[in-house]
Design a protein around this ligand. Structure first.
Ligand code: HEC
Ligand code: HEC
Length: 290
């Protein structure tokens, strides 16, 4: 075969082979980001051992109970018919395929800081998993908070950008990565930051503890003495990897799932980056429980 023709054939084979490989890479990347963003917990009804990502998990809030929807690729009950653009609009913009404004019980005010590429990779991963034909359960939230228009009004008033302070000035690459992992993906502030009566996060107390989090009081994880100042790098690495606390206990409540689904699945470098970020956030004083 002449050399030029041979090159062409080789190029063609490479192009064909690159297709599925690239798709596989995207799914793999998506799996990592999916865990870093903790999508599984909320969208799986763990209490009744419900099918993965098929929704129905009860999320208790001061406004009532929200039931997470099915986000498997089922075309009828899930998001099978969604394009990448539909998915980005929901996850980063809080508006679903049919134009419904979504309640911030879905932490899109954090996910809005996610890159489009990461969000698309999550979708590719979700679409690589089985479809589950499980219908959605309506929320049990009393008016006016349960009305869709309340979600619209909430967005109009309070949703103008990421629900987190920007990267600290002069931050290292590691801290920048940690900021992204904590705020845009891991949404640590959704539990660890205090909210006002309308559910808006108080960014002046970013990660400074929350008296009314899911399951009650959520600790301060800023570098204050009422926070994690006394914990060493090793203490924090161990806690985020296995849930073990310095006094030999294990973290409880909602943090159990965060460790299982998210922080233990990060690479050690990403866990270190997360800790590096926690070290430089503004210290907040949070009264210890009386
Ligand atoms: C803290 C719980 C929680 C987490 C974490 C969470 N979700 Fe949700 N999600 C919800 C709730 C609740 C709704 C329904 C909101 C509504 O009805 O307005 C929702 C809605 C959605 C929708 C819209 C579905 C529809 O049919 O309208 C999509 C898509 C979605 N979530 C994907 C994700 C992805 C992807 C992740 C991870 C990046 C994620 N969710 C993480 C609670 C959560
Ligand atoms: C769904 C709610 C929720 C989310 C999201 C969450 N946490 Fe937690 N976290 C908790 C609760 C509740 C506790 C207290 C656990 C206990 O009492 O044992 C906790 C405890 C901790 C502790 C131990 C603090 C101490 O003083 O013992 C650390 C560190 C921590 N979380 C870090 C994080 C990081 C980093 C993220 C984001 C990647 C995160 N958490 C996301 C609910 C959450």
């Amino acid at each position: 075969m002449p050399k030029r023709k041979l090159l062409l054939v080789v190029a063609l084979i490479a192009a064909v082979a690159a297709g599925p490989v690239a798709a596989q890479d995207l799914v793999q990347k998506g799996e990592y980001v999916f865990h870093a963003a903790g999508c599984a917990g909320c969208h799986t009804d763990v209490a009744t051992k419900g099918p993965r990502l098929a929704g129905g998990r009860a999320l208790k809030t001061p406004f009532g109970i929200f039931y997470s929807p099915n986000i498997t690729k089922d075309p009828t009950h899930g998001i099978g018919g969604w394009s990448d653009a539909d998915f980005l609009k929901a996850v980063k913009g809080g508006v679903d395929k049919t134009g419904r404004h979504l309640f911030p019980a879905f932490p899109y005010p954090s996910y809005t800081g996610m890159t489009d590429d990461d969000a698309k990779a999550i979708k590719a991963y979700i679409f690589s998993l089985p479809a589950v034909p499980k219908p959605n359960r309506p929320h049990d939230v009393s008016p006016p908070f349960g009305w869709r228009i309340a979600a619209w009004g909430w967005q109009l008033l309070f949703f103008s950008g990421p629900a987190a302070p920007p990267v600290p000035a002069g931050a290292s690459e590691e801290v920048k990565r940690g900021h992204y992992l904590a705020t845009a993906l891991g949404h640590c502030g959704e539990c660890h930051t205090q909210r006002n009566m309308l559910g808006v996060l108080d960014l002046s107390r970013h990660l400074g503890g929350n008296t009314a989090g899911p399951g009650g009081r959520v600790p301060n994880i800023t570098p204050d003495k009422t926070g994690i100042a006394a914990m060493s790098e090793d203490d924090l690495m161990t806690l985020l990897d296995s849930g073990m606390t310095p006094d030999g206990d294990v973290v409880g409540g909602e943090m159990t799932e965060v460790v299982q689904e998210t922080t233990s699945k990060l690479t050690p470098a990403d866990r270190k980056a997360l800790i590096a970020y926690l070290r430089v956030v503004t210290p907040v004083h949070f009264e210890k429980k009386k």
